[in-house]
Design a protein around this ligand. Sequence first.
Ligand code: SAH
Length: 373
Amino acid sequence: MSMIAEVAADPRKDLIGLTRDELAAELARLGAAPFRARQLWHWLYHRGATDFAAMTTLAKDFRAELDRHYRVGRPTVAVAQTSSDGTRKWLLRFGDGQEAECVHIPEEDRGTLCVSSQVGCTLNCRFCHTGTQLLVRNLGAGEIVGQIMLARDQLGEWPSPQEDRQLTNIVLMGMGEPLYNYENVAKAIKIATDGEGLSVSKRKITLSTAGVVPMIRQCGAELGVNLAISLHATNDELRDELVPLNKKYKLAELLQACRDYPGAHNARRITFEYVMLKGINDSPAEARELVRLLAGIPAKVNLIPFNAWPGAPYECSSDAAIREFSDIVFAAGYSAPVRTPRGRDILAACGQLKSDSIRKRRSERPMDAALTP
Ligand code: SAH
């Protein structure tokens, strides 16, 4: 029997991905007192335990009972790659055999984990590799938070360290559109930010969206994480082409949602991502237009040199064009760093993530409608 079949065949319920309340409710069904849920939470999310037998503050019989009913899930690492620059990419396989990628980017003073929210993506942005992948499904809350836990396993970061972490920041910038999987993403963020568990600060989490306007409002009201917008164009005509979601939510609406985003002030700016495509969106006039559009929004601009992938219809702007664009935005008072491509040699850079999950039968294809709110 293959590994995948074994995982899929495990009928026990996965505890990872349950909120504190849900965990307490599960334990109440076993007749356990509420403080047991707190102890279990500590083992799962602070200590990173995956084996009930190791949870020594719990009675032996209770551990055995837990083991009969539940499991502590982790995605399986199907492929692990390390770039010459230290970036690590894991192709993760979930219980049903579907796969998604997760990337760890070490820097001098921090380490960022780029987390996926879906297998594939429904958006079809013209310059993005993930958008060429056919099969799409939402990741569950446990599969999203499971990426953080898997990274902690791989980095040897248990129990959750208080300082000198290799994993300090989380960006929801992997495969998928997080705001088309809001419920699961919200749950995963809630679990990740719990101070008695993974203990990642909200201020260190950034959610990137192509611009699902109504959900930006909900995200702002409920989650309070940093926001990044994949802008990429300064007029609707071009943005309709590059980011087809723009046909549904136009630039003016999107920028208004940014103006209204709570907590967006000078200390906590909204990041505008702008991929640099040669001859498409990289002129000085567009840089000036970008500045005009951002007026009144506490913003910073992140220029992303286009990362090519096999068959991509674009080229990356020249260094000179990127520098000139950046200088114009900077002169207008916005920080406009150029995002250093990381892990390009292992296709781990922005827009290069793709798994080989393919749709097998038409009947298994999830309807796009089921993935949108
Ligand atoms: N769906 C979300 C999350 C993906 S984030 C979003 O669109 O924001 C991934 C970021 O990388 C986005 O800003 C995306 O537009 C950008 N990107 C996609 N393909 C790219 C490529 N080939 N080169 C550089 N950046 C790319």
